[in-house]
Design a protein around this ligand. Structure first.
Ligand code: NAP
Ligand code: MG
Length: 402
């Protein structure tokens, strides 16, 4: 078989611990035999981040801006213990945080579904993607403890010194108070990322808030979404056969429990924080959750949602057998290859990405899986495989499909 050619590179960001080992195996077994893989390689492993004083992380983010598509392995976020373990010069910041602040944009977490691991919600048949607006609201709020017999007001001072006041409460008793904000630009960028992602995956988009109560705050969110939709996305959505739906947050919560999935649910910051953990838990395993950062100007960074699986790495170093689930990392590669293929009109690459995903799912549905799944799966013939044999089993399924 002739290897698939690529015209433009994917930005490849290597990482740490068990996921670094899985990364190498995925390339060796599932990618390089089939594709003339063209990547621009950045080693984001903690050793090399430390050597370059974290410059490599910044360089990799700049490279994504240039090439539009990146794929990232899980990385250690430095803490006190890691300072000692790796003899670090500094407690380097989280690479994901650094990359996000350079690219901007929004993180989408997408569960990967196999028929032998049933979601806890019976009606869910397809993935539910929760998108969280990661700016402002309570996460950038100021709060105060209020003593009895105080008055609290909102005061807005304009550039020319003009003041607007609004009474929050006349406190006869003790209590608490909070002020929070958001920015129209941030909301619009969030909305744009959501609309683009919905078009990419051809799924309906929901957005929810509490505009009946917050008639200025949440209504601003609602109106920014609606205006952007009407001005720029309505026709594209019609062509793609998908819908944009605004819902009150409580109605959205009720509807999500009754729907069959296959939707993207855009949430305000707090709602997204809470709902993403609920949906992830209801779908089963963190090792089956993929993640993609989409910037408003159309850059994509794919990764697994889980970390470096440190405990299994130490077992591996001690010569023990491990059973690390590589599915989310495989899907980060297939996501990047598909996006590269779409941008370059490389149909072969898109088809390969689809088959790689199907082969991974089929391998599990045939009963061959890693330990994290065999404890959850309902299947008559489960074979629990180690880290390496699982990837080899996917290769065998993939080879049959090609
Ligand atoms: P983690 O690596 O996600 O692992 C937490 C637990 O989840 C593991 O102990 C393991 O459970 C299970 N698990 C996660 N992924 C798995 C997989 N692929 N296959 C099988 N089991 C899996 O999170 P953590 O232990 O909190 O963090 C470890 C390191 O990862 C930290 O240094 C953290 O900074 C980093 N991290 C990086 C990212 C990122 O780069 N995006 C995200 C999160 C954490 P068992 O104990 O049952 O084996
Ligand atoms: Mg949370």
């Amino acid at each position: 078989m002739q290897k698939i050619k690529m015209s433009n590179p994917i930005v490849e960001m290597d990482g740490d611990e068990m996921t670094r080992i899985v990364w190498g195996e995925i390339k060796k077994e599932l990618l390089e035999p089939f594709i003339d893989l063209k990547t621009e390689y950045y080693d984001l492993g903690l050793v090399h981040r430390n050597e370059t004083c974290d410059q490599v992380t910044i360089d990799s983010a700049e490279a994504i801006k240039k090439h539009k598509v990146g794929v990232k392995c899980a990385t250690i976020t430095a803490n006190v213990a890691r300072m000692e373990e790796y003899n670090l010069k500094e407690m380097w910041k989280s690479p994901n945080g650094t990359i996000r602040s350079i690219l901007g944009g929004t993180v989408f977490r997408v569960p990967i579904i196999v028929n032998c691991v049933k979601p806890y919600v019976r009606s869910w048949k397809k993935p539910i993607t929760i998108v969280r607006h990661a700016y402002g609201d309570i996460y950038k709020s100021k709060e105060m403890i209020v003593e009895a017999k105080s008055k609290c007001e909102l005061v807005l001072t304009s550039e020319n010194g003009e003041e607007k006041r609004e009474l929050i409460h006349n406190f006869s008793e003790a209590g608490v108070v909070m002020g929070m904000h958001n920015l129209n630009d941030s909301i619009e960028n969030f909305a744009r990322s959501c609309f683009n992602f919905a078009l990419d995956v051809k799924q309906d988009l929901w957005f929810s808030s509490k505009d009946t109560i917050l008639k200025k705050y949440d209504t601003t969110f609602k109106e920014i979404f609606q205006k952007l939709f009407d001005d720029e996305y309505k026709i594209k959505f019609e062509e793609a056969g998908i819908k944009y739906v605004y819902n009150l947050i409580d109605a959205a919560v009720a509807n999500i429990m009754k729907c069959e999935g296959g939707v993207i649910w855009a949430c305000k910051n707090y709602d997204g924080d809470v709902m993403s953990d609920m949906v992830a838990a209801a779908f089963g395993s963190i090792a089956m959750m993929s993640s993609v950062l989409v910037s408003p100007d159309g850059n994509y960074e794919f990764e697994a949602a889980h970390g470096t699986v440190q405990d299994q790495y130490y077992s591996h170093l001690n010569g023990k057998e491990t059973s690390t689930n590589s599915v989310a990392t495989i899907f980060s590669w297939s996501g990047a290859l598909r996006k590269r293929g779409e941008l370059d009109n490389n149909l072969e690459l898109v088809e390969f990405a689809d088959k790689l995903e199907k082969a991974s799912i089929k391998t599990i549905e045939d009963g061959k899986m890693t330990g994290d799944l065999s404890v959850l799966a309902e299947h008559d013939n489960i074979q629990t495989l180690n880290t390496f044999d699982f990837i080899k089993a996917i290769r065998a399924t993939l080879t049959e499909m090609l």
